[in-house]
Design a protein around this ligand. Structure first.
Ligand code: SRM
Ligand code: SF4
Length: 544
């Protein structure tokens, strides 16, 4: 990429007041700075009719490894969102935050305000190592803090060396000799063929969907101590309708690696293998999963080990038993309390039912907590001392957060939808704006068949790219056209078996009809404790 170290002509693009957009070449580049140019798709027709250009704005995604921020940072985020964006704070499926609707003239002030709060968006998008995700809840693991540190270190390891971000957005003086200072052994000024994602899970929970990542690390604990990680390669969800050479894939465990130096080296070299062997001619076939399948697992592993200078040990045993968040109050081994609040589809806002945004602001202003985001798009009010718990609880209660967290059905709380309309340029169908309504129509079906306590996982995306990791759900709706979805079933509840296509392009009426029949058969014939996804796979509703 001829980008002048990711600078391109961004400075000129930002100054151009004739258009709300940036130059064509800068659009790909700006992603490396954590930003997407978008437009309001609801208003395209109206704008075109009035002969106006589309209503362009920017989405900015933060880099928050492990999804941890302080109360001060939440407060800053709240105000930045109110001042420069639509005001909705969106928790993503990769444990970070996106703000939408930021006008070009506000992009720089937004980044500056984030910087003042020690937040950045470097590499949150683009063909680089993305936000590193890590098991969110410290409840189960005394080693959580140590494992969380890996997310920070791996994020640092994968940062590009260019100082362009600081020059373009923060007005730092350009470097006199860029070549010397910006030498980047990892990205070598050609970056990666495609995005690269790292996730860290701590069994028995797989809240990060570790096998959906290019590189998945499964922490292995013995007597509550971290002894190392099983390392997996080749996870990824994206596919394209009608292109059978694209497919979702779960990561393959290559082996076990112990010790920080070796773990960092193994991940680093996995990135270099992808950099050197990944497909640079077809972006649809350029993720690590295709590199791995093209090379073959054994050849990939041999190349990795050659570059590492050591061999991976045999995979160590582990077991995932759940992927859900631990809603409500829980105490960790140090005596601190954590409240996991349900945030439907990660959208933090105030509405008729509850005032999540006001509640979290009031809590942040007390300066008695931290905040953690989960890959299920929820928020954890973290590190609460016993003496502060009642005060925090009262705020959560006052603004309806307790009622919505504890009063929502298991089905709703397990559901995930991607953004889709009105900002995602790739959306074929609605997702986060529609799934809540569809869930309200599915809930009575569960009641009817006595399944209301069943926490079946449902995920919806507006296209087959898989941003809500739908292929790893028990039931998935994948947008094919406006109002139409492929119905996929048979995934398991812990993210270790993908679902398969059951019926193509269903509208709402067809979806309800199909699910009614499926739930009936499931409720009448399931074995004790058998989940919907396991049943669907056992009775071969879909072929594996
Ligand atoms: Fe994603 C592209 C939103 C997690 C696979 N994703 C997009 C874009 C940027 C659309 C675009 O390229 O113009 C979406 C912006 C929508 C908007 O208006 O905000 C978008 N992806 C999201 C988020 C916000 C969904 C959400 O509602 O939470 C998630 C942000 C994560 C983050 O903080 O970094 C998000 N995207 C994912 C995940 C889940 C994950 O990583 O665990 C996946 C599947 C895993 C994977 O990468 O395989 C995912 N997004 C994609 C793909 C398909 C990539 C592929 O290999 O084919 C695209 C399209 C692309 O890259 O060309 C995409
Ligand atoms: Fe957009 Fe498709 Fe991702 Fe949904 S899955 S956010 S529609 S790219």
């Amino acid at each position: 990429m001829k980008s002048d170290g990711l600078r391109g002509t961004l400075k000129e693009s930002l100054k151009d007041q004739i258009t709300g957009a940036i130059r064509e070449d800068d659009r790909a580049l700006v992603k490396f700075h954590g930003m997407y140019q978008q437009d309001d798709r609801d208003r395209r027709a109206e704008r075109s009719e009035k002969k106006l250009e589309w209503l362009y704005s920017f989405m900015i995604r933060l880099r928050i490894p492990g999804g941890f921020i302080t109360a001060e940072q939440w407060e800053a985020l709240h105000h930045v969102a109110g001042k420069y964006s639509t005001g909705v704070i969106k928790i993503t499926t990769r444990q970070t935050i996106q703000l939408h609707g930021i006008l070009k003239s506000n992009a720089k002030p937004t980044i500056k305000a984030f910087n003042t709060a020690h937040l950045d968006s470097i590499s949150a998008c683009g063909d680089v190592n993305r936000n590193v995700i890590c098991a969110a809840h410290p409840k189960f693991s005394p080693a959580h803090a140590e494992i969380f540190e890996y997310a920070q270190k791996l994020s640092q390891l994968g940062l590009p060396k260019t100082k362009a971000y600081y020059e373009v957005w923060l007005d730092e003086k350009p470097l006199a000799d860029k070549t010397e200072v910006e030498d980047d052994p990892l990205y070598q000024n050609r970056y990666l063929p495609r995005k690269f994602k790292i996730g860290i899970a701590i069994p028995p929970t797989n809240d990060v969907d570790v096998f959906a990542n290019d590189c998945g690390l499964v922490a292995i604990l013995e007597n509550d101590k971290l002894v190392g990680f099983n390392i997996a390669a080749g996870g990824g969800m994206g596919a394209t309708h009608g292109n059978p050479s694209t497919y979702p894939r779960l990561g393959t465990v290559l082996g076990f690696v112990a010790g920080e130096e070796k773990v960092m080296k193994a991940v680093y070299e996995m990135i270099t293998v992808q950099r050197d062997f990944g497909n640079r001619s077809d972006r649809k076939l350029s993720r690590l999963k295709y590199t791995l399948d093209n090379m073959g697992v054994e050849a990939f592993k041999a190349e990795l080990e050659k570059r590492c200078g050591f061999v991976l040990e045999p995979e160590r045993p582990y077991q995932f038993t759940s992927r859900t968040d631990f809603y409500g109050w829980h105490q960790n081994h140090e005596g601190y309390w954590y409240y996991t609040a349900f945030v439907e589809n990660g959208r933090v806002l105030d509405d008729e039912q509850h005032a999540l945004k006001t509640a979290f602001l009031e809590i942040a202003q007390l300066r008695k907590t931290n905040f953690r985001f989960t890959c299920n798009q929820n928020i954890i009010i973290a590190d609460v001392k016993t003496e502060d718990k009642d005060e925090i609880h009262a705020i959560l209660d006052k603004y309806g957060v307790i009622a919505s967290t504890e009063g929502s059905t298991p089905l709703r709380r397990e559901s995930i939808a991607c953004v889709a309309f009105n900002t995602c340029s790739l959306a074929l169908a609605e997702a986060q704006r529609y799934l809540p309504d569809l869930i309200s129509k599915i809930e009575p079906l569960l009641e009817k068949h006595g399944l209301q306590d069943d926490n079946i996982s449902i995920r919806m995306t507006g296209c087959p790219n898989g941003c809500a990791r739908p292929y790893a759900a028990e039931i998935a709706f994948i947008g094919t056209a406006y109002g139409y979805y492929n119905l996929q079933i048979g995934g398991d509840r812990t993210g270790t078996r993908l679902n398969k296509l059951y019926k193509e392009s269903l509208n709402e009426e067809n979806i309800i009809e199909e699910l009614d029949g499926l739930f009936k058969t499931y409720s009448e014939n399931r074995n004790a404790g058998e989940t919907f996804g396991d049943f669907a796979s056992r009775v071969k509703w879909v072929e594996y």
